[in-house]
Design a protein around this ligand. Sequence first.
Ligand SMILES: NC(=O)c1ccc[n+]([C@@H]2O[C@H](COP(=O)([O-])OP(=O)(O)OC[C@H]3O[C@@H](n4cnc5c(N)ncnc54)[C@H](O)[C@@H]3O)[C@@H](O)[C@H]2O)c1
Ligand SMILES: NC(=O)c1ccc[n+]([C@@H]2O[C@H](COP(=O)([O-])OP(=O)(O)OC[C@H]3O[C@@H](n4cnc5c(N)ncnc54)[C@H](O)[C@@H]3O)[C@@H](O)[C@H]2O)c1
Lengths: 206, 206
Amino acid sequence: GAPLPSIRRLPQYLQLLRQMQTKGRIAVSCTHLADDLGFTSTQVRKDLAVTGIIGKPKVGYITEELIASIENFLGWNNYSDAFLVGVGNMGNALLGYDDFRLHGLNIVAAFDANPEKIGKNVHNCEIFALDKMYELAERMHIQIGILTVPAAAAQSVASEMVLAGIRAIWNFSPIALEVPDSIIVENVRLYSSLAVLTSRLANTNK
Amino acid sequence: GAPLPSIRRLPQYLQLLRQMQTKGRIAVSCTHLADDLGFTSTQVRKDLAVTGIIGKPKVGYITEELIASIENFLGWNNYSDAFLVGVGNMGNALLGYDDFRLHGLNIVAAFDANPEKIGKNVHNCEIFALDKMYELAERMHIQIGILTVPAAAAQSVASEMVLAGIRAIWNFSPIALEVPDSIIVENVRLYSSLAVLTSRLANTNK
Ligand SMILES: NC(=O)c1ccc[n+]([C@@H]2O[C@H](COP(=O)([O-])OP(=O)(O)OC[C@H]3O[C@@H](n4cnc5c(N)ncnc54)[C@H](O)[C@@H]3O)[C@@H](O)[C@H]2O)c1
Ligand SMILES: NC(=O)c1ccc[n+]([C@@H]2O[C@H](COP(=O)([O-])OP(=O)(O)OC[C@H]3O[C@@H](n4cnc5c(N)ncnc54)[C@H](O)[C@@H]3O)[C@@H](O)[C@H]2O)c1
């Protein structure tokens, strides 16, 4: 498939292009995007090609077409409705993050095992008991599950998501999930980002 | 320097090795680690070599030595004391995360611009006014700053961190920070992880 580093950069292009569109720019060149983002213009062209778009000579890209091409590739032109399980510290932060709508993510319901949380409304999202997930996932055609429960509960909750029909899991827990090969799992590993930071700092401190 | 993908995998090795150490394993081979983590044993050997350690024929690695080598390389054998600025939803989640101590991170003070938050204690961490950051950073020799303020405030707060003597910024805001070249910046871009998930889902939905 498309190279992951290119895919991960696409949201930055999108953010910049939306700003340019707001300022009335009808067309934009690789060089312009490259200069703004600090990439080479060769890399810009390769990254954008991943979405299926090819620049026009002298013109570059039509801003609106390029935005549509990136959004279409990422699936961000349709809201992706998602469920979130585990309304603790991290779950709460994600529920409160309005910018996810700019990235096509719409968290429509949340679930928790703690009876004191069930029935509450957090950041405009209702918290249900976990056993409600099956009927709601089916009725609402939910494909994305966000997993923000503790490590000890993560595998069982992931299995329940799969049984409920969820096809992609955004995994914030530190464990490697065992799910069928057809299920998409994207792991968020903050400790990997931290490792890069502290190793570079340790290196400069030598 | 060392390849970033290898560095990012090191915390997974560490987590597994600590479990093995608890179960009394004195030595461990590349093959064993590879099987457990789903990597090739060639990749395991290359990743671990980044930390300066070389396996012994037939033995593999002494568990305790390997753990020490990884922790030393990552700088996780000394607690890295950090300041956090922006005690909102994300800042709160990070302050409450006990596992950061397993990754060598110790958040010793937090700062916020909101007078209603200043003076409060959140997850055992006191919240100070931003102007206190200079004297505290100097007194406590803080090298790491965690940036969890809104996009509009991120650049100015980053500049204040640099002026306060902070040398590495863990940036959770969506903007590209402008700081001196000597300052280490590690960006956490959740939308990049989300882009990989939704693009793979969009691809399977075609
Ligand atoms: N907080 C952070 O900054 C941070 C950073 C990196 C990774 N993580 C990971 O994110 C996850 C959540 O962390 P947190 O700090 O928010 O934890 P937390 O303890 O604050 O929240 C966990 C929530 O999950 C709920 N829960 C527990 N078992 C459940 C189950 N079986 N079904 C449904 N809900 C259940 C709890 O009631 C609680 O509301 C953990 O796996 C953690 O390792 C958190
Ligand atoms: N919440 C999430 O899940 C999430 C996800 C991805 C990225 N982020 C990023 O993390 C950052 C924080 O997000 P959030 O949801 O926690 O926001 P938030 O609005 O809940 O919290 C921001 C905090 O920063 C403080 N603040 C504002 N200006 C300040 C200044 N000049 N100096 C010191 N403190 C200041 C506010 O008082 C508030 O406490 C944002 O840049 C956001 O884009 C958040």
